[in-house]
Design a binder for this molecule. Structure first.
Ligand code: EPU
Length: 337
């Protein structure tokens, strides 16, 4: 375990905002975590994975625990199916590549999603028609109050769109320690999502392999989403609003060109489109702005404070509310609000 006092968090968040933590501890094992559990009863703390979904609005006057737990293994279930276990501090994309390298398929559409393995169940990450929950068997987590390890099966995780029980009722009560997935050597190819088909067509690929899908997703993401190493950002800043049919129909009557997707009984409207309609795509205000190719992403042009980014996001919420009569919800976690 590594301990740092009064440390800058700039390199620990992909927005690249300056904020300081009173203390930061990197943990490499469950034993490391168990050692600090007693402190969590009476101290202010937060867990951090890849820092790709947080915005530090001000300094954090507590303990930041950075998860560096690494470990991957695979056990056959049957001729084609494999049980894969990954520790939560692994980088998600490296994990996806590790599975693809071994011919274990299913995660290819979720290539290049930033963050750690532990963050994946937390917010049920998803991209290009696939979500984490589609492959999840169980999630092992440690109860912070008791140190006990509990295994959460699929139903108990209560997965939803960018949601899980760990973000809701069990928020701050458990630390996700490892995940178990069921992958397959003959998992179905999921190429129906619009952009994937376009890229495959351009490459002349009519019968794509799982690797072709992964490469197409990597290409799309790299072309549309800014690399945090070049331009600070945390991916989608807002969730796509999911509306009841009645409310969606009012919006679609007023704005017939709005893209929309059925999600069970509900209709999902892309927040990127709503934000673009309000004139924010490529708009910049000081050090903050909305990305030129994807309005859903807020970027730090360099030197922006967390507060500046937060204020800018408030402006987007208020303009979208004025024009469309709906309130965008942030996907990124606000720290220090
Ligand atoms: N759109 C616009 N303007 C924009 C952006 C998007 O009109 O500036 C329209 C597009 O034309 C398209 C629709 O919105 O019709 C959907 O856009 P896209 O396919 O880019 O996906 P998204 O809904 O904006 C979601 C996820 C992404 C994920 C992509 C691909 C959320 C909040 N975001 O974005 O996840 O990569 O789908 O599956 O659900 C992330 O969570 O950080 C993230 C990047």
């Amino acid at each position: 375990m590594n301990t740092f006092k009064n440390i800058s968090l700039k390199s620990f968040n992909t927005f690249g905002v300056e904020a300081r933590a009173a203390e930061l501890i990197e943990i490499f094992s469950l034993d490391d975590l168990k050692q600090i559990l007693p402190r969590l009863v009476f101290e202010k703390y937060m867990f951090l994975g890849g820092g790709s979904n947080v915005l530090f609005i001000k300094d954090f006057d507590g303990l930041v625990i950075v998860n560096r737990m690494k470990g991957l293994c695979a056990d056959p279930i049957s001729e084609n199916d494999i049980h894969v276990t990954a520790l939560s501090g692994e980088n998600w994309h490296d994990f996806v590549l590790w599975t693809l390298d071994r011919g274990f398929y299913g995660l290819e559409n979720m290539s290049l999603i930033p963050g750690t393995v532990g963050a994946a169940p937390m917010q049920n990450i998803g991209a290009y028609g696939v979500e984490f929950k589609d492959y999840c068997l169980t999630v092992d987590a440690i109860e912070l109050a008791t140190g006990e390890i509990k295994s959460f099966d699929h139903a108990t995780c209560q997965f939803g769109y960018r949601e899980s029980v760990f973000k809701r009722v069990l928020k701050d009560k458990y630390f996700i320690y490892q995940i178990h997935l069921k992958l397959s050597r003959n998992s179905p190819i999921q190429a129906s999502y619009g952009n994937i088909q376009d890229v495959l067509k351009l490459k002349g690929i009519s019968n794509p392999s799982h690797l072709d899908i992964s490469n197409a997703v990597i290409e799309i993401r790299s072309s549309k989403l800014p690399n945090p190493l070049d331009l600070g950002n945390a991916g989608s800043f807002f969730k796509n609003p999911v509306l009841e049919r009645e409310k969606a129909e009012i919006l679609l009557t007023a704005f017939p060109t709005a893209p929309n997707f059925s999600d069970g009984d509900m209709i999902k409207i892309p927040a990127g489109w709503l934000i673009e309609q309000c004139g924010f795509k490529g708009y910049r205000e000081g050090n903050v702005g909305s990305h030129k190719d994807q309005a859903l992403v807020i970027v730090n042009y360099g030197g922006a404070s967390g507060q500046e980014i937060y204020t800018y996001s408030e402006k987007i919420i208020s303009e979208v509310a004025k024009k469309f009569n709906l309130v965008l919800e942030r996907e990124v976690n606000m720290i220090g609000f």
